[in-house]
Design a protein around this ligand. Structure first.
Ligand SMILES: Nc1ncnc2c1ncn2[C@@H]1O[C@H](COP(=O)(O)OP(=O)(O)OP(=O)(O)O)[C@@H](O)[C@H]1O
Length: 717
């Protein structure tokens, strides 16, 4: 009871009822707006009957705006209002997933990304920013279910101001994890907000240990940029790159729930048009494939003769035999394809040189009735056998075809000689064998992109202009600025797969991007500003760190950099993070680590068993965890054991996922069963990968293996 004799529960109920009134008004208004948007969309379609060209443009713009608005109104339904600010001026603002105004244009809810909402995330008792009370409003569907207040400036509080509830952040963190990442829009912390709202230009670099919200920050930043400068970022596009398909699926639900479905999400294996790679190479192979030196190896391959091409040309012309030997053909190819030239683009030069050589020969041989050179050339060009020779001798090559040449040991050796060491060549040996049947690995995709650049593309017929402002009788239709903006946005939805002019590029788990992958991403962000998110301590990159830094710096160019460090681990229980911390400290004793804010009182378990009992022990641990947590369970294995372990657990429900330690990057599960930790921590890079695997669980962690694995060998059973 408080002084007025009202119980705290009653106060809470009264405050909830009060907020419910406002939330009801918001949903009523939302329904009206949705009706308006649908009507505008229908009217827009009706205008198509009117017929003038100007009206068609207007129709496009109208339908586009109305449909987007309707879509946004539909997407933002759940938990639309999540905050309230009572300011020292007496004004009150509600903060939510989108901005909504009443009939007289007064704001009912302020969009979380608007400047007026920044104080919701940034105000602290030490620096209240004019906020007296910050209130978090929790709801399910349209019902307010809880309230939690922070009184930030008690001296400015009006008499009778009530302060209720506590711990909205911690309550949120303990909730079960679903298959997709949750958005944290209601509980973004100050240090995170600073990174989210950092200036759009240049490069924003966000670092921090496991679970500090780097991914969450990156996605909220994408949503923030799309809101703050829609023309620029929705028009040019925002590209979000993550390490794996599993990870991209995991984060893909977040952006629409933040009000943005205009960002393009890609994994490193799907960034290049035409490939959907999920296969991974072993660490040492990936390190060689990712090295910048591979570019020179590929350059040699891209200038080589195709393995199945003709070695000489014989042509009977007017009774004389014209002949180009292998050495002559090689000489012609080398001359037509000097260093730096792109093979698919200079094909015509090679053909011209063959004509020249044949012409010179025909003159030398004093061929009977030799016509003028142009006629000689067109006679040859009409001959099927000659055309077939040219096509086979200098074919249009795809990157995939050339990469496959590296599966031949002699070719690999010849291309890599003097560039890679003998050991590195041996490491690569065999790693291209499965290309033909199974497609590329994730590391191969960067090699294919490099080859694409080295070889150039055959000239394509010009694409049809898809601009909605068609040229009629050679004249561009006059349109308003707003029309053009709307149409530009409508067009970006149809951006082609090989689009390269993104306005902003977000790279998540950046510590694992190889030098060649930086080049691959860089090609798509030449005009972009960037957000780079990562944790160097979590890298599995076994290659040369200096080379990695150089490649990254080159991709980012001289753009201005802003750096932010996040310091609180919101994911792991303190008990789980303590184990992960001890592992990384064994190789990086001075590494600053984040503080884990939540304790469950449950220590991680270690199960050591013999090889024969391993399947049962893993199954038992997984079943126990499924019983103990309501959300997801991740079984994390060394890469080469994933398929086998998945087979042992095939019967278990869908909220259990079996992933390799590399696939576990960036992921989060309520409970984790970690299989054979000792096999992951085989070297320094392996210890860092183990650190990643150990820091995936929010509630429970069990390690199961046939060896003692803890640094110092002190496993507790
Ligand atoms: N301010 C916050 N409020 C509530 N939850 C948060 C907050 N910040 C982060 N989280 C939660 O913490 C977890 C970890 O966040 P996230 O995956 O973004 O971390 P990360 O730094 O990318 O981790 P890692 O480097 O280990 O992959 C997620 O469940 C996220 O929703």
């Amino acid at each position: 009871m408080n002084e007025a004799g009202v119980s705290e529960t009653t106060v809470l109920q009264q405050e909830i009822a009060l907020e419910q009134e406002h939330v009801d008004r918001v949903y009523t208004r939302l329904a009206e707006l949705r009706r308006d948007a649908s009507r505008a969309e229908r009217e827009g379609y009706r205008m198509s009957g009117v017929g003038t060209f100007g009206s068609l443009v207007e129709r496009d713009a109208m339908v586009f705006h109305a449909a987007r608005r309707r879509h946004a109104l539909d997407a933002e339904h759940e938990g639309l209002v999540f905050g309230r600010l009572d300011r020292d001026t007496g004004a009150t603002h509600y903060v939510g997933r989108m901005g909504i105004r009443d009939e007289s244009a007064q704001p009912l809810v302020v969009d979380w990304r608007a400047p007026a909402a920044a104080a919701f995330y940034r105000a602290t008792p030490a620096e209240p920013l004019g906020v007296v009370r910050r209130r978090m409003i929790q709801s399910r569907r349209e019902r307010v279910t809880g309230i939690s207040d922070d009184l930030l400036d008690p001296e400015a509080a009006p008499p009778g101001m009530r302060v209720v509830g506590d711990g909205a952040l911690l309550a949120g963190l303990s909730r079960a994890t679903g298959p997709g990442m949750r958005d944290i829009v209601a509980t973004i912390q100050r240090e995170q907000d600073e990174a989210i709202r950092s200036p759009a230009a240049g490069v924003t670099i966000v670092t921090g240990g496991p679970g500090t919200g780097k991914t969450a920050v990156a996605l909220h930043r994408a949503a923030y940029l799309l809101y703050s400068d829609r023309n620029r970022f929705a028009g040019g596009g925002v590209l979000v790159v993550g390490p794996s398909g599993v990870f991209v699926d995991y984060i893909s639900t977040v952006l629409p729930s933040l009000g943005e479905d205009t960002a393009t999400l890609r994994s490193l294996g799907t960034l290049v048009a035409g490939y959907r790679a999920e296969r991974v190479d072993s660490g040492p192979v990936a390190a060689v494939k990712g090295s910048l030196r591979m570019r020179r190896v590929l350059e040699r391959a891209s200038h080589d003769a195709p393995p199945d091409g003709p070695t000489e040309l014989r042509l009977l012309y007017q009774g004389s035999l014209l002949r180009l030997e292998a050495a002559e053909l090689d000489r012609i190819r080398h001359r037509a394809l000097p260093r730096g030239a792109r093979r698919n683009e200079v094909r015509g030069n090679g053909f011209d040189a063959v004509f020249d050589a044949l012409w010179a020969q025909a003159q030398r041989l004093k061929v009977r009735n030799l016509p003028e050179k142009p006629e000689f050339e067109s006679e040859l060009a009409d001959r099927g056998d000659f055309r077939a020779f040219l096509k086979a001798w200098w074919p249009r090559l795809t990157p995939m075809r050339v990469l496959r040449w590296l599966a031949t040991p002699e070719r690999l050796r010849a291309y890599a000689n003097g560039i890679l060491s003998r050991d590195e060549i041996a490491t690569l040996q065999g790693s291209f064998d499965a290309l033909a049947d199974s497609g590329p690995t994730i590391a191969d995709v960067a090699l294919l992109d490099e080859l694409d650049e080295l070889m150039g593309r055959p000239r394509q017929p010009a694409k049809r202009n898809r601009s909605p402002f068609h040229v009629r009788d050679g004249v561009h239709e006059v349109s308003t600025y707003a029309d053009r903006q709307a149409a530009a946005r409508a067009q970006q939805v149809q951006r082609d797969d090989d689009y390269r002019e993104y306005a902003h590029v977000v790279v998540d788990e950046a510590q694992d991007v190889s030098p060649l992958q930086w080049r691959m991403i860089g090609r798509r962000g030449q005009y972009a500003s960037w957000t780079i998110v990562g944790d160097p301590a979590q890298t599995a990159w076994p290659g040369d760190q200096a080379e990695l830094d150089r490649a990254r710096d080159r991709a980012l160019g001289s753009r201005r950099r802003h750096t932010f460090a996040l310091t609180t681990n919101y994911r792991n229980s303190a008990e789980i993070f303590a184990v992960a911390a001890s592992v990384i400290r064994s190789v990086m004793p001075d590494l600053p680590l984040p503080a884990a804010v939540r304790s469950t009182g449950v220590d991680p378990l270690d199960v050591v068993t013999d090889a024969a009992s391993l399947p049962d022990a893993i199954r038992e641990a997984a079943q126990k965890q499924l019983a103990e947590v309501a959300g997801t369970v991740g079984v994390i294995t060394p890469a080469e054991r994933r398929a086998e372990v998945a087979g042992w657990l095939a019967e278990l429900p869908g909220r259990l996922q079996v992933v390799s330690a590399l696939q576990a990057k960036g992921m989060e599960y309520d409970a984790v069963v970690l299989v054979e930790p000792a096999e992951i921590a085989v070297d320094r890079a392996g210890v860092r990968t183990l650190y990643v695997a150990l820091s995936r669980a929010t509630q429970r962690l069990t390690c199961v293996g046939t060896h003692d694995w803890r640094p110092g060998g002190a496993s507790a059973g």
